[in-house]
Design a protein around this ligand. Structure first.
Ligand code: SF4
Length: 105
C-alpha cells in the first residue's frame, strides 16, 4: 500500500463520544454517542467522483471527530470501494464498533 490518501470528511467538526485532553480538535463541542446521518451518501458519492483513482492509494474516512458516528457509514464505505477500488481506512477511537446501529458495518 502506498501513501497517497484521499481524505473524506463524513461527519461534523468536533463531534465525538469522548473529550480527550490531548485531542487535536481542542474541547469537543458535541460529545455524543448518538449515531445519525450527518452527510448524505449522495453528497459523498459526488465528492468521490471528483477523485482520480490513479492518484490515490487509500481512501481515509475521517470526521474531525469520530467517523463511526454516521449511520450511513456502511453505505459510504461501499461507495468508496466501488468508485475508487482502493482500501478504505477509518480513523476511529473504536468506541462505537460494538454498536451495530441500523446499518451494521
Ligand atoms: S477520541 Fe479522538 S477525536 Fe475524540 S476527543 Fe479523543 S482524540 Fe479527539
Amino acid at each position: 500500500m502506498g501513501d497517497r490518501s484521499a481524505s473524506i470528511r463524513i461527519g461534523p467538526i468536533s463531534t465525538c463520544p469522548f473529550n480527550c485532553v490531548y485531542c487535536q480538535l481542542g474541547n469537543i463541542q458535541c460529545q455524543t454517542t448518538q449515531r445519525q446521518v450527518f452527510v448524505s451518501t449522495e453528497h459523498i458519492q459526488r465528492s468521490l467522483k471528483r477523485i482520480d483513482p490513479a492518484t490515490v492509494d487509500v481512501v481515509t474516512l475521517s470526521g474531525s471527530g469520530e467517523p463511526t458516528l454516521p449511520l450511513n457509514l456502511a453505505d459510504i464505505i461501499t461507495c468508496a470501494r466501488a468508485q475508487l477500488n482502493r482500501p478504505v481506512v477509518i480513523l476511529t477511537s473504536g468506541a462505537l464498533l460494538g454498536d451495530r446501529g441500523e446499518q451494521p458495518f
